[in-house]
Design a protein around this ligand. Structure first.
Ligand code: GLN
Length: 393
C-alpha cells in the first residue's frame, strides 16, 4: 500500500459528524450535529420546486449566481450598514465550511500563526492543518467564557496573521460584545492582521444580547473576512450554501481558491435561496423568538432534571456538565466520548463530547443542540430523566 500524505494523519474525522453516525446506528435522537428537524421557510421550498422545472440545472458563475450575490449583498448590506458590491465583495461557497477553508487558504502561508479561541468549532483545527497554519490557542474561560486581551496582543506580537472568531460562538454560546470586538479589532488594525469571522449563528442571539458585525466597526472592513452560511438561518443545512464577504482584494483570492476546490455551489439551490434572502425583517424576529422559546424550554427542562448547564447567549448549543456522573462507579474513568456513547446506547440521546472543542484537557462537558421541534425536545427531556435519576440514587 503506497503511503498517504502526512497531512491526513494529523487530524481525525469530525467527532460531531461521527456522533451523528453512531446516533443513527442506535436510532437515538440526535442532538449532536446541529441541524433542525423542521422545514425551511415555505417560500424557499416552493421556489425550489419551481426551479426543478425552470432551472438552472447547470453551473452558475463560479463565484455565485448574480441574483444570489445581489440578494446576499442587499440583506447583509442592511445588517452590516455598508453597501456591499455583489460584483467584487462576495463569493458564494458550498456551506460555511468551504467559506472558512477558502478564507484560510487565501490568507495563510504554511507556517503562519493564526489565533483560535478554545473552545472552538472543531473544523478550525482541520482548517489550520490543511492551510498550513500554526494555531495559537486563546482560552475562553468558563463559566463566562471571558478572554484575556493581553494574550491576544501577545499572539499578534508573535506575528499571528489572523484571529478566528466564531460569533455567536459554537459550542459555548458566547456573544462577543461590541467592546470585546472593538478591542480585538483595534489589535488587528495595530498589527495589520485579519479577523476571520464565522457568523453563521448571527440570527440566534438572545435578548438582551445583540450581534455586532466585526466588519462594521471603524477601520475594520479591510481587516475582516466574514464567513457565513444559509444553513442555520433558513434551516437548510443539506443545501450546502455559504458565502464570504470581504474587501475586493481578499475576495479575488478567495474566488480562485473556491473555483478550484468546488467550482461552485449548486445552481438550483442558489436560485431557491434567493426567496429566503428576500424575506422581510419579521422572519428574523420570529426566528429569534422561536429559538428563544426552544432555549428556555430546554434549559428549564435540564434545570428540573438537576443537570448543570450554561445558558447560551446565542447559537443553539448548550453545554451540560457531567462531572457528577463521572464520580459514579459505572462511569468512573470514562472519557466524555465513552460517556456520550453510553448515553446514545442506554438513554437514546446523542450529544458531542466537549473534549473535541477544547485545546485544554476538558473531559466534563458535553454539547447538546436544541434545533428540534418542541415535541422532540420534550421526548429528549423525558429520556434524559433516566440519566438524571442515576444521580438521585
Ligand atoms: N455547526 C454544526 C455543529 O457544530 C455542524 C456543521 C457541520 O457539521 N457542517 O454541530
Amino acid at each position: 500500500m503506497p503511503k498517504l500524505s502526512e497531512r491526513v494523519g494529523t487530524f481525525t474525522d469530525s467527532v460531531i459528524r461521527r456522533m451523528t453516525r453512531i446516533s443513527n446506528q442506535y436510532g437515538a435522537i440526535n442532538l449532536s450535529q446541529g441541524f433542525p428537524d423542521f422545514d425551511p421557510p415555505k417560500v424557499m421550498m416552493e421556489r425550489l420546486a419551481q426551479t426543478a422545472y425552470e432551472g438552472p440545472h447547470q453551473y452558475s458563475i463560479t463565484y455565485g449566481a448574480k441574483d444570489t450575490r445581489e440578494a446576499i449583498a442587499r440583506k447583509q448590506g442592511r445588517n452590516i450598514g455598508r453597501q456591499i458590491d455583489p460584483e467584487t465583495e462576495i463569493v458564494v461557497t458550498c456551506g460555511g465550511t468551504e467559506a472558512m477553508m477558502s478564507a484560510m487558504m487565501t490568507i495563510v502561508n504554511p507556517g503562519d500563526k493564526v489565533m483560535v479561541f478554545s473552545p472552538f468549532y472543531e473544523n478550525y483545527g482541520a482548517d489550520a492543518i490543511l492551510s498550513g497554519a500554526q494555531p495559537i490557542y486563546i482560552p475562553l474561560v468558563p463559566p463566562e467564557y471571558d478572554f484575556d486581551i493581553d494574550l491576544i496582543e501577545e499572539g499578534f506580537r508573535q506575528g499571528a496573521k489572523a484571529i478566528i472568531i466564531c460569533n455567536p460562538s459554537n459550542p459555548c454560546g458566547k456573544v462577543f460584545t461590541r467592546e470585546e470586538l472593538t478591542a480585538i479589532g483595534n489589535l488587528c488594525i495595530k498589527y495589520d492582521a485579519f479577523a476571520v469571522m464565522d457568523e453563521v449563528y448571527e440570527h440566534m442571539v438572545y435578548e438582551p444580547h445583540v450581534h455586532t458585525y466585526m466588519s462594521s466597526l471603524p477601520g475594520m472592513w479591510e481587516h475582516t473576512i466574514t464567513c457565513n452560511s444559509m444553513s442555520k438561518t433558513y434551516s437548510i443545512t443539506g443545501w450546502r450554501l455559504g458565502y464570504v464577504i470581504a474587501s475586493a482584494e481578499v475576495i479575488e483570492g478567495a474566488r480562485k481558491v473556491h473555483d478550484f476546490l468546488t467550482v461552485g455551489a449548486p445552481a438550483p439551490l442558489q436560485k431557491a435561496a434567493v426567496a429566503g434572502l428576500e424575506l422581510p425583517d419579521s422572519y428574523y424576529e420570529n426566528f429569534r423568538r422561536m429559538y428563544t422559546e426552544k432555549r428556555d424550554f430546554f434549559c428549564h427542562g435540564l434545570d428540573q432534571l438537576g443537570l448543570k448547564h450554561n445558558v447560551p447567549e446565542g447559537t443553539y448549543f448548550v453545554m451540560v456538565d457531567i462531572s457528577d456522573f463521572l464520580e459514579l462507579p459505572q462511569f468512573k474513568d470514562m472519557t466524555d466520548l465513552e460517556f456520550c456513547e453510553w448515553v446514545i446506547k442506554n438513554v437514546g440521546v446523542a450529544a458531542v463530547p466537549g473534549s473535541s472543542f477544547f485545546r485544554e484537557d476538558v473531559n466534563h462537558l458535553i454539547r447538546f443542540h436544541f434545533a428540534k421541534s418542541m415535541e422532540t425536545l420534550e421526548e429528549v427531556l423525558g429520556r434524559l430523566k433516566k440519566l438524571a435519576d442515576l444521580l438521585a440514587k
